[in-house]
Ligand binder design. Structure first.
Ligand code: NI
Length: 263
């Protein structure tokens, strides 16, 4: 089986004790590539460092909405400098988070919009974090899409750890986005999310862990890791009446296409 975990925070302290083992576990489970998104400048830098130490790891660079307090043109140019690195495949994770309320909305919007402009300029797809902000995220993306260079029109990015309604899913799919699914799709009470995952065309689905968070069943409550992306793939494959291996190959193709990963 061949899988890509398109979203894991391997740079986080949760992996400081055994990061190399976690990466080896992933390889042993067939996870041949991992994308490590940044959440601020320092985290983006750490993601790049990890990507340079491991052929399997790629980096995304960006400032997460919860880390946008103190956003400035200097932060933006710092991210732009990092993005020039050869192992950077995306700008992310960026977006809006109205649930945690760690940064004023106006600041979140400004950071999101300027990082979107940067992604278009650098011709890099984006990784979007959206928590309780679907309407505003869709409205901002609608403005952004017409500004995209040809190289991004069929691969603008992914709505990571999708958790909104089918209406929002449809709007995102229409704009060319991929949808990323994480551990919650395996949870007992997540029937609504499973209905959505069933309706998404298989050539637009990505499987992610968002480790160390959102650990899938049967490890829920423990620390997440890229090897566990197989449980997410297994569950969605069954919804699509596919065997896991075929589904894994499909989502691996999707990840390669979206992020331009070398095969
Ligand atoms: Ni994340």
């Amino acid at each position: 089986m061949k899988l890509v975990d398109t979203h894991c925070h391997l740079d986080f302290g949760a992996y400081d004790e055994d990061r190399e083992r976690v990466i080896q576990n992933a390889i042993d489970a067939g996870v041949t590539r991992i994308i490590n998104p940044g959440t601020d400048f320092a985290s983006s830098q750490r993601a790049i460092n990890l990507a340079h130490q491991h052929d399997e790891i790629f980096a995304a660079v960006g400032v997460h909405p919860n880390s946008t307090v103190g956003w400035s043109p200097e932060v933006l140019s710092g991210i732009e400098t990092l993005a020039a690195n050869e192992k950077v495949v995306s700008i992310g994770e960026i977006g809006l988070d109205y649930y945690r309320d760690k940064s004023p909305k106006v600041t979140q919007h400004h950071a999101f919009e300027t990082q979107l402009e940067l992604a278009a300029k650098l011709e890099l797809p984006i990784i979007i974090h959206n928590r309780d902000a679907s309407e505003d995220v869709i409205a901002i993306l609608r403005e952004w899409i017409p500004t995209l260079p040809d190289s991004l029109t069929d691969r603008p990015g992914v709505l990571h750890s999708f958790s909104a309604s089918w209406t929002i899913a449809e709007k995102a799919l229409e704009m060319g986005f991929y949808l990323g699914f994480t551990g919650p799709v395996t949870f007992k009470k997540a029937d609504d999310l499973r209905v959505i995952a069933t309706r998404v065309p298989i050539d637009r689905i990505l499987v992610e862990t968002d480790g160390p968070f959102l650990t899938p069943h049967p490890y829920r409550g423990k620390r997440n890791q890229p090897a566990y992306v197989a449980y997410v793939a297994d569950r969605i494959a069954a919804l699509h009446l596919m065997d896991t291996e075929t589904f894994a190959a499909q989502t691996t193709d999707n990840a390669e296409r979206l992020f331009g990963l070398s095969v």
